[in-house]
Design a protein around this ligand. Structure first.
Ligand code: SAM
Length: 275
């Protein structure tokens, strides 16, 4: 396990994932009944952008660093939250963001397999009765920890994609969770380096029998160089009502601020499987 999210926190891919995540949680908050969130690849929870890892890559400067002054529009709900969390220089990852949005009866379950990162996560949430931290394999946790007692909620799957076969594993996980927890919302993040593996992933999902799937994608440039993170995607199963519209507005705003005018930049929210 070589991947450490501290090098990448706040980059364009985090902006996309976290702005959409906040939109999904807002929609879960629309009903009074409690929900649970399972974040299977949690990282360390929150990041210091002045730390040496973030300084070394400087990725956040071309990501969230360009959004500092925005207070209105589709990105504002997420940006207001991160400012409340101390941005800059503190940048809340998915666990800290979700935790800020929970009501008193909602729950957060975090899995992180890396020794040091799971220890950091445990320290961050020590004494929090609404948050459970597991040093546990994400893929195994998806079966072990679903469905939720609350009968509603979100499963966030955000792997580092550092090993072969991650797209296949993700397609399988989507099917497993859909069968165990039919009403659950699922959000799975993936990199877009070049088109072929993404196309194959979408085809596997379309043919896999799980209903009601949309793919949100954001590209900084034509995805033709397999060595570069040219874009990223978030597949959402059981998207809440009106989420697709909101996702389009969020991605359009991100493109306005993060796009560098390269050929092939853009975004799309497309249906992979009908309801
Ligand atoms: N979701 C986080 C956020 O948005 O703030 C970032 C997560 S980062 C992209 C992926 C994390 O997954 C890393 O911290 C890595 O250590 C962890 N990881 C990798 N393989 C794992 C596995 N099989 N089970 C649990 N965690 C894993």
């Amino acid at each position: 396990m070589n991947y450490r999210h501290a090098f990448h926190a706040g980059n364009f891919a985090d902006c996309m994932k976290h702005a959409l995540l906040v939109a999904l949680i807002h929609r879960l908050c629309a009903k009074d009944t409690p929900f649970r969130v399972l974040d299977t690849h949690a990282g360390i929870g929150t990041y210091d952008l002045t730390a040496s890892e973030a300084e070394r890559t400087g990725e956040w400067k071309r990501g969230v660093g360009r959004l500092l002054d925005i207070t209105e529009g589709p990105l504002a709900p997420w940006l207001d939250l991160i400012r409340r969390a101390g941005f800059p220089p503190h940048y809340p990852g998915s666990p800290a963001l979700v935790r800020m949005m929970l009501r008193p009866r909602d729950r957060l379950v975090l899995c992180e397999l890396h020794e040091d990162d799971s220890a950091a996560l445990r320290t961050l949430f020590r004494g929090d009765p609404q948050t459970a931290v597991h040093k546990r394999d994400a893929w195994e946790a998806l079966s072990a920890l679903t469905p939720f007692a609350e009968k509603r909620g979100l499963v966030l799957v955000d792997p580092p994609f550092e090993v072969e076969g991650e797209f296949g594993r993700m397609a399988e996980a989507i099917s497993v969770v859909a069968h165990r927890f039919r009403a659950g919302v699922q959000a799975h993040w993936y990199p877009v380096k070049h088109r072929a593996p993404v196309r194959a992933f979408h085809t596997a999902l379309a043919d896999g029998g799980v209903r009601d799937i949309v793919a949100c994608e954001f590209w900084l440039r034509e995805p033709t160089d397999p060595q570069r993170l040219n874009g990223c995607g978030l597949v959402v199963v059981n998207p809440p009502w009106k989420f697709e519209e909101e996702a389009r507005a969020i991605l359009a705003a991100l493109l306005t601020h993060l796009g560098e005018g390269e050929p092939g930049q853009g975004f799309a929210v497309t249906r992979i499987a009908e309801e």
